[in-house]
Ligand binder design. Structure first.
Ligand code: NAG
Length: 387
């Protein structure tokens, strides 16, 4: 049998169209990536963050934390970065837990200093840019708490005034950390084209310590924490994503963990913060469900326009599992999600230590909801990822 000429022409046309399309696409992307720059160099972008409107009716006493419930029914074990576009106004989220976070952070900076909050000399300009960005954004978004001054910013509720002109009185990352509820990390590209964690203020991260990751390459941070599926599925994509990221395209993702103690700053059940290696192996098995806490993280990523550093914000929300389980559909969905974790995810998240107790409890709470008339057909109408 020989091929008819018309199908061959069709095929050729298709291939040519595809090639042209791909090349055009690539050129378009290249313009955005600005490949004229050498790795490790950044041509300042003239992008300016749009002015943020005040957070609607924000109040330090009444604005509740956003109830992220970032899990879906199994089986869906896909490992992805799970990124969504971030709305500029929503860069930093503050709520009525602010003062507790603020005081915890101040205490941690005092107790642990540079072990949990520091800036490498080569990242100093980037840290200053981050401080300037926060100093500009916070008074726009939270005018009832922040006020811009000639030399920096004032928190009118805690009565702190920060002078952000050099020479600074403290590490700029520490000041950044005092302003918001989030932990922060700055990743900088070096001439080898890789991203390195060169500044951070990691005060309430629960499971990881800045001192273990400081100065590390992005990919080593994940492999050293044995993030499941990272090598196989995420490493290359993440590197490319960082290199191509534009100052105008911020993203967010959500994440969650279970913890079997009530310590927001450091989950002591995996070991003392001052011990060498920490691991789920040291956690007590089958603790009562009253000791189970739900830790959800909202992470944002953006590139700073002037220095080109990538800012990673990590906002932790923390509450007892028993509180979550009262919400319609949540115990059923959380149980299903936890059951759907693959072996590697389950190991990373320590399921062996609490799975039995937690799943038994969540199933029971789900049954109570169903017995009380929960309409399972309605779940899609009321729950929308990540809520
Ligand atoms: C702010 O800090 C700079 C540099 O340390 C100093 O020169 C200036 O007087 C300070 N301004 C105020 C208002 O404290």
């Amino acid at each position: 049998m020989h091929l008819q000429p018309i199908p061959i022409i069709c095929l050729l046309t298709t291939i040519t169209t595809w090639l042209i399309h791909t090349l055009l696409q690539r050129q378009k992307t290249n313009k955005y990536i600005n490949t004229d720059r050498k790795p490790g160099e950044w041509i300042p972008s003239n992008f300016k963050r749009p002015r943020a409107p005040p957070y609607p009716e924000w109040d330090i006493h009444t604005t509740k934390p956003i109830p992220y419930r970032p899990f879906k029914h199994g089986p869906k074990n896909t490992i992805t970065m799970g990124l969504r576009r971030m709305k500029w106004d929503e860069w930093i989220e503050l709520d009525n837990h602010y003062l507790r976070y603020h005081d915890d952070k101040a205490r941690r900076i005092k107790e642990r200093g540079t072990r949990c909050s520091r800036t490498a000399p080569e990242a100093m300009d980037a840290a200053m840019e981050l401080l300037e960005e926060l100093t500009a954004y916070l008074p726009e978004r939270y005018p009832s708490m922040f006020c811009k001054t000639a030399t920096g910013i004032t928190n009118t509720i805690t009565q702190e005034t920060f002078n952000t002109t050099r020479p600074l009185r403290e590490d700029p990352m520490q000041t950044c950390g005092r302003l918001i509820q989030d932990d922060l990390a700055l990743m900088l590209e070096r001439p080898d084209g890789e991203y390195y964690l060169l500044a951070g203020t990691i005060l309430l991260a629960g499971f990881w310590r800045l001192e273990d990751k400081y100065g590390m390459r992005l990919s080593d941070i994940h492999t050293s924490g044995s993030v499941p599926g990272f090598r196989e599925k995420l490493e290359k994509g993440m590197g490319n994503f960082f290199r191509r990221m534009r100052a105008e395209d911020p993203v967010v993702r959500n994440n969650y963990f279970i913890q079997v103690d009530d310590n927001l700053a450091w989950s002591s059940s995996i070991g003392s913060e001052d011990s060498g290696a920490v691991s789920w192996n040291s956690a007590e098995k089958n603790r009562a469900v009253g000791c189970h806490f739900f830790r959800s993280e909202r992470q944002s990523l953006r590139r700073l326009p002037r220095t080109g550093a990538v800012v990673f914000t990590i906002r932790t929300y923390f509450e007892p599992v028993t509180a979550l389980a009262r919400e319609p559909f949540v115990p059923g969905r959380l149980a299903s999600a936890i059951r759907s974790w693959g072996e590697d995810v389950a190991r990373y998240k320590g399921r062996e230590k609490y799975g039995e107790v937690l799943l038994e409890y969540l199933d029971r709470m789900h049954e109570v909801q169903v017995a009380n008339g929960l309409d399972l057909e309605k779940e899609d109408e009321v729950s929308n990822y990540p809520f």
